[in-house]
Write a protein that binds this ligand. Structure first.
Ligand code: NDP
Length: 256
């Protein structure tokens, strides 16, 4: 069981919680005393393991895994319905689900571009829209934390990914402006380079230059990103709204 009560009485929803950074966010939320739901496009041993570990940290019944593709409006609506059915409320939503299809612009197919935008940006829009509807109906504010990337400023071979992450920043800042007065806070975590399935196939030369350009001279750990999300979700971040908090080890720009 958890020793922390930082997010006690809160319900957290994390998109893409089956592995990588999302898994670490689910576990950090459970460790902070929250009840936590997460989704992935398929359920199986990986999601079972996350539920079991979150239950170990937060207590039996504190975690829920739901199959949902955030690019599908129907799935997102059903996801929120399932969370509210199980936990009666939702207080903190983390847009973490993300994919990449790296290629130079002229080699990027429309299918790949659309797929990246559908998950990383349209998915976040669908999740944010329903989250804010729930927050307003509940009448007690809410938090949205979205996982963005250094690539939001532009990065070679990442036209679709960079466009999606830049869009996420605009979406977040708009929510911060529209609903701040209702106690709904929206922020982005701008992530550097973390070794996960998403970055597994990264070219060895680019990997070396990324690490060399990072003053800490190492990649980030999923738990280090989750710690920032946990902070932004907590009462300690009550005056942070519309911000892009960098967790990059000091990396200023993705090397070309
Ligand atoms: P992983 O590939 O390790 O994990 C991605 C997670 O998202 C999985 O749980 C996956 O589950 C889920 N997912 C993917 N697409 C969808 C979808 N359409 N609907 C629902 N769930 C989905 O990635 P990371 O942990 O590395 O990345 C997490 C976030 O962090 C992403 O937004 C990424 O862009 C961002 N980020 C990562 C960086 C890094 O260096 N790793 C750097 C900067 C940002 P499933 O496949 O089963 O659906």
């Amino acid at each position: 069981m958890t020793g922390s009560t930082e997010l006690r009485d809160k319900v957290v929803l994390v998109t893409g919680g089956s592995r990588g950074i999302g898994r670490a966010i689910v576990l950090a939320a459970a460790d902070a005393g929250a009840r936590v739901a997460f989704c992935a496009r398929s359920l199986g041993p990986a999601t079972d393991e996350v539920v079991a570990e979150a239950d170990r940290l937060g207590g039996p019944g504190s975690a829920l895994a739901v199959r949902a593709d955030v690019a599908s409006e129907t799935d997102v609506e059903a996801l929120f319905d399932a969370v509210i059915d199980r936990f009666d409320q939702v207080d903190i939503v983390v847009n973490n689900a993300g994919i990449n299809r790296d290629a130079l612009l002229v080699q990027t197919s429309t299918v790949d571009f659309d797929a990246v935008i559908a998950t990383n940006l349209t998915g976040a829009f669908l999740v944010c829209r329903r989250a804010v509807q729930e927050f307003l109906a509940q009448g007690d504010g809410g938090r949205i934390v979205s996982i963005s990337s250094m690539s939001q400023a532009g990065a070679t071979s990442q036209a679709a990914y960079a466009a999606s992450k830049g869009g996420l920043l605009g979406l977040t800042r708009t929510i911060a402006k529209e609903y701040g007065h209702k106690g709904v806070l929206a922020n982005v975590v701008t992530v550097g380079y973390v070794e996960t399935d998403l970055t597994r196939d990264i070219d060895a030369t680019l990997r070396r230059s990324l690490v060399a350009a990072t003053p800490l001279r190492r990649t980030g750990r999923p738990e280090e990103i989750a710690a920032v999300v946990r902070f932004l979700a907590s009462a300690r971040a009550d005056y942070i709204n519309g911000a892009a908090v960098r967790a990059t080890g000091g990396l200023e720009e993705v090397p070309t």
